[in-house]
Design a protein around this ligand. Structure first.
Ligand SMILES: CC(C)(COP(=O)(O)OP(=O)(O)OC[C@H]1O[C@@H](n2cnc3c(N)ncnc32)[C@H](O)[C@@H]1OP(=O)(O)O)[C@@H](O)C(=O)NCCC(=O)NCCS
Length: 231
């Protein structure tokens, strides 16, 4: 990956091992005050391994400070665990990879960096020949969940991960058109994990977030609308 200039004077480039400490500092700043219930806490060693093993893209300011990073993995143990959880068949597993962590320094949040880091990793996945992308997120991490849903990810599984925390598993098939329409069958209060599990068990996927007048958040579960009869 060559370096790419995006918005707000930020340049994206691949991280190397010498960036690990700076990435860990961004992770620590971004996750301070957030419990494991909301976000997985990663160690410096874990981030170093991610950089060495896979694709970790960083966002740098004009003064060359690292303010955001995000990982994509196609090879580690996590990917096998999620593929098992989703019961992916062998031919799909070969096409599968995982968005495996993102952090944006608090001073740089809400400027679209997460969106940009998702897009960059999807491009890289395509380059690797991977077109089925997975990601896990806490149902309470609304900032992250919103960006993933807005970029076409669907909630397809809900389980306990990373030491027993509630997590949604989302996937996106890069071959599917983003204007695919879904019909809402069941809006579920995002705080009712049991109902999310039930909706998925009924064969629905979560495709949209909505808010009621009191500000309560719902995940809309439903099915894809076929404009023509599916093959
Ligand atoms: C999650 C995180 C990466 C988002 O980074 P970011 O660069 O601020 O994200 P973006 O600016 O691209 O998008 C954030 C979106 O969330 C929305 N948002 C912000 N606060 C929100 C809230 N409380 N509820 C719902 N949506 C919210 C924003 O409006 C924005 O959507 P928009 O682009 O449609 O306006 C960042 O907050 C972070 O580093 N958090 C700590 C680590 C973490 O949670 N990692 C993800 C683990 S899955």
């Amino acid at each position: 990956m060559r370096s790419v200039k995006i918005r707000n004077g930020i340049t994206l480039r691949l991280l190397d091992e010498s960036d690990a400490q700076a990435a860990f500092a961004v992770h620590s700043a971004a996750t301070t005050g957030l419990s494991g219930d909301i976000v997985r806490k990663d160690s410096l060693n874990f981030i170093r391994e991610q950089i060495n093993d896979g694709f970790v893209v960083g966002g740098f300011t004009e003064k060359k400070s690292l303010v955001a990073y995000a990982a994509l993995t196609a090879s580690n143990i996590a990917i096998h665990n999620i593929a098992d959880l989703l019961q992916l068949k062998l031919e799909i597993r070969k096409r599968f990879c995982l968005l495996d962590g993102v952090a944006v320094h608090p001073d740089w949040q809400l400027r679209g960096l997460h969106h940009a880091l998702i897009a960059e990793r999807l491009c890289y996945a395509r380059d690797l020949g991977k077109d089925i992308i997975g990601v896990t997120v806490s149902p309470r991490n609304l900032k992250s969940l919103k960006s993933l849903i807005d970029t076409g990810f669907l909630v397809v599984q809900a389980t306990f991960l990373y030491g027993g925390y509630e997590r949604l598993v989302l996937t996106r098939n890069l071959g599917n058109s983003l204007d695919t329409e879904y019909i809402c069958i069941k809006p579920v209060d995002i705080e009712r994990f049991d109902e999310i599990v039930e909706a998925i068990g009924s064969g629905f996927c979560g495709f949209e977030l909505s808010w009621d007048e009191q500000g309560k958040v719902f995940m809309n579960f439903g099915s894809r609308i076929y404009k023509t009869k599916p093959a």
